[in-house]
Design a protein around this ligand. Structure first.
Ligand code: ADE
Length: 234
């Protein structure tokens, strides 16, 4: 049976997903809780990792290696960089980079370490599917570059540098680490974010105000994706 992993970083990002699953089992593993359910003929495993690249790496790896998922979908919120992205807008990552990975002192580009690559590309089929789902819902979903780092960005200068080095459209704290894990373990992945703030000096206030509503927007779209995946799997 197809097994779909759905992850977020914070409880608010996965609660709307758990609410859509009638019955789920809670499993404690690797210092976290994982929620398993069967849903319309597929298996689903859900978890929030906690914030940041390290915790999201652990959770993504666990979902693949321990829970045996076949695909991984991430749902959550992001800070918008591209001015066309407004609060509540959805962005699908085409490729992701770690904006705080810096060994430029040795002549390497930002985000690069030997053996790795600056960008990791998300699964093209899942991106195509998201376009189909968006069209069916009459929704706009922007595609773009997502930059990930272990910091809540609330500063124009930091934002400008992320644009300069990565030409990123949005930023958050987990996508690129999840991408590295899925890419290495050959698991198709999809990273969706709804904008909660614009990573400027007001970002923490905007985040507090809109994080929950934007998390719901992202989670609802992810569940539509799940239904579409299920439809295609029949
Ligand atoms: N997630 C949502 N907003 C963010 C920001 N401004 N910085 C990092 N991660 C975020």
């Amino acid at each position: 049976m197809l097994k779909i992993a759905i992850m977020g970083a914070m409880p608010e990002e996965i609660t709307p997903i758990l609410e859509k699953l009638n019955n789920y089992k809670t499993i404690k593993y690797a210092d976290n809780e994982y929620y398993e359910a069967t849903y319309e003929g597929v298996e689903i495993v859900v978890a929030y990792s906690k914030i940041g690249k390290v915790f999201s790496t652990l959770t993504a790896t666990t979902m693949i290696q321990h829970f045996g998922c076949d695909i991984l979908l991430f749902s959550g919120v992001a800070g918008g960089i591209n001015p066309s992205l407004k609060i509540g807008d959805l962005i699908v990552a085409t490729k992701l980079a770690q904006h705080d990975l810096d060994i430029t002192a040795f002549g390497h580009p930002m985000g690069f370490v030997p053996g790795g690559s600056v960008f990791v590309e998300a699964d093209k089929n899942l991106i195509e599917l998201s376009k189909k789902v968006a069209k069916e819902l009459g929704k706009t979903v922007q595609e773009g570059v997502i930059a990930t780092g272990d910091q809540f960005v609330h500063n124009e200068k930091v934002k400008d540098n992320i644009v300069k080095y990565f030409n990123a459209d949005a930023l958050e704290m987990e996508g690129a680490s999840v991408a590295v894990v899925c890419n290495a373990l050959n698991i198709p992945f999809f990273i969706l974010r709804a904008i909660s703030d614009t990573a400027d000096t007001d970002a923490s206030f905007s985040f507090d105000e809109f994080m929950q509503s934007s998390a719901i927007i992202s989670a609802e779209f992810i569940m539509k994706m799940v239904q579409s995946i299920i439809g295609n799997n029949k």
